[in-house]
Design a protein around this ligand. Structure first.
Ligand code: CAA
Length: 294
């Protein structure tokens, strides 16, 4: 069954990026948030992104208008009912996600694929909250969604081959490169990325280098687009802390354990760029300054 219509749950950072990419790829897309304010905020962000693409000459004004025309915002779960695939990018809490899937399940056709964008929660556990574990997958996008070319497509022991391949092909139709992986905390990218990011914090804690020197080392010595401490600020410390805890709980390996400094920064609310302070101070967002931490 070819996917023609898309539903996206959540219009925050990830959900709005996913909705934008779906609409740009030609899919009529309904995106749902919990309040009118959040719908308006999410759609405004997408419009700004599309405008920027027109200014840069990447997109014509007609293409922007067509993409925007394919997007519809709503606060009603019922409006996701006509979708062939629903991609969920709501708050990263298992209880909230299970509740959402339970509410959606009776509204959708049997063929509809359910896909969660979770970065670390168990796809299996979510799938079991629905009556369709065979048509439940993970589709993990990366921030910023319109720019990052990868989607991890995740299967559980209960996912049917047909649904998995449909979701994999759909990611390709969005212009992304899709990789196949299984339901283990962190999948492929975070399994490798998170220990590296945690090690960068440990290196800072041990005085191996300053914030700037650690970041410059990996940027200029290893060709990374961002240094690890800048990337931590970009992802959000609360997010990395939560992923690390889930991975540590599963694997019981020290390399996944969040360092004390990360925990303290989360406790202090210094969650990175979004909170104005992390390893850098973003008072002047164009010119972040390293923070004195130790
Ligand atoms: N939305 C849309 N486009 C954006 C954007 C955004 N939020 N941020 C940057 N861009 C675009 C810019 O417009 C620019 O486009 P053009 O080349 O067409 O002009 C392009 O991206 C490059 O941007 P900049 O020149 O401003 O800056 P940059 O070269 O430093 O690139 C970056 C920015 C793409 C974010 C780059 O630094 C990068 O790739 N960083 C690493 C990001 C990363 O690792 N993300 C994954 C995080 S892990 C995750 O998401 C999953 C998880 O589970 C936690």
């Amino acid at each position: 069954m070819a996917i023609e219509k898309v539903g996206v749950a959540g219009c925050g950072l990830m959900g709005s990026g996913i909705a934008q990419v779906c609409a740009q790829a030609g899919f009529p897309t309904v995106v749902r948030e919990v309040s009118e304010e959040l719908v308006a905020k999410g759609l405004k962000g997408i419009e700004k992104n599309l405008d920027r693409l027109v200014e840069k000459g990447t997109l014509s004004a007609a293409e922007r208008d067509a993409a925007r025309g394919r997007l519809r915002g709503t606060t009603k779960v019922e409006d996701l009912a006509g979708a062939d695939i629903v991609i969920e990018a709501i708050i990263e809490q298992l209880a909230a996600k299970r509740e959402f899937w339970k509410a959606l399940e009776p509204l959708c056709a049997k063929h509809t694929i359910f896909a969660s964008n979770t970065s670390s929660l168990s796809i299996t556990e979510m799938a079991m909250a629905t009556g369709r574990p065979g048509r439940f997958v993970g589709m993990h996008f990366f921030n910023p969604v319109p720019v990052m070319k990868l989607v991890e497509v995740i299967r559980t022991i209960a996912t049917e081959d047909a649904a998995f391949e449909e979701a994999h092909a759909f990611a390709g139709r969005l212009g992304k490169t899709a990789v196949r992986t299984t339901d283990r905390p962190g999948f492929i990218v975070n399994r490798l990325l998170v220990p590296f990011l945690l090690d960068a914090i440990r290196a800072l804690e041990e005085g191996v280098g300053t914030i700037e020197d650690i970041d410059n080392s990996m940027k200029l010595g290893a060709g990374h687009p961002m240094g690890p401490l800048t990337l931590l600020d970009f992802v959000g410390h609360d997010t990395t802390y939560s992923i690390a805890n889930i991975m540590f709980e599963e694997f019981k390996e020290k390399r996944f354990a969040p360092p004390a400094l990360l925990k303290r920064m989360v406790m202090a609310g210094w969650n990175g760029r979004k909170s104005g302070r992390g390893f850098y101070d973003y008072s002047d967002p164009k010119n972040p300054k390293p923070v004195k931490l130790l």
